[in-house]
Design a protein around this ligand. Sequence first.
Ligand code: SAM
Length: 237
Amino acid sequence: MKQLLLDGAKELGINLTETQLNQFMMYKSLLQEWNEKMNLTAITEDREVMTKHFLDCMTIQKAIDMNTQKTVIDIGTGAGFPGLVIKIAFPHLELTLVDALKKRLTFLEEVINQLGLKGIKCIHSRAEDLGKNKAYREGFDICASRAVANLAVLSEYTLPFVKIDGYLMALKGQKIEEELEQGKKAIKILGGQLEEVIHAGVPFTELDHKIAKIRKVKPTATKYPRKAGEPTKAPLG
Ligand code: SAM
């Protein structure tokens, strides 16, 4: 499993050390162990955790050089995807993990403690509530997010956190063109601009995922995000 991860990461331009490989192995074991007590993921088989979770999240490096970034926020991180994977691969980053479900944060805190990771904040909040907090608003180089909402809704959850000239990196599947079409007005309203769609094939799989790289070009108006639940009830655009 370690060799698979080492080779896959290399293919994505990431050279993992023995310490990082061991951290990923420990993360995998904790995920499998905790998943028996609580619903964290449907992907539990060793090889699939390596490819569909760890390598999938590392494809971000194909879209932006994480070595040159400082602050990352992951909205709707669940069991730490993509944020915690990115942090293990790029330990210099300051990471904020956000999820609306408390039990997922309890799991994440355990992983962070066991792996001895530093420079991570775990926040139990809905994106719409935290997005109003001045301490977090427009404070991050990168917002990375996977499998949380369609782009119209996701932009309202995430763009308020991104600094001007920073990026929302939305890890997506095949249907991205349709989502971009539906989400383009929302992205503009919230101060974003689509820069590129990057093909992000996941090593050792058939998965041809895509990453929407959205640059923050203007501040987000203070009326966004709207109150909790509104973005999904009435997506912008
Ligand atoms: N990003 C992870 C992944 O790719 O495996 C988890 C995806 S899971 C399908 C969606 C996660 O987003 C859940 O953990 C859920 O609690 C969280 N979530 C959904 N809406 C949210 C919101 N408005 N604010 C914060 N978290 C939210």
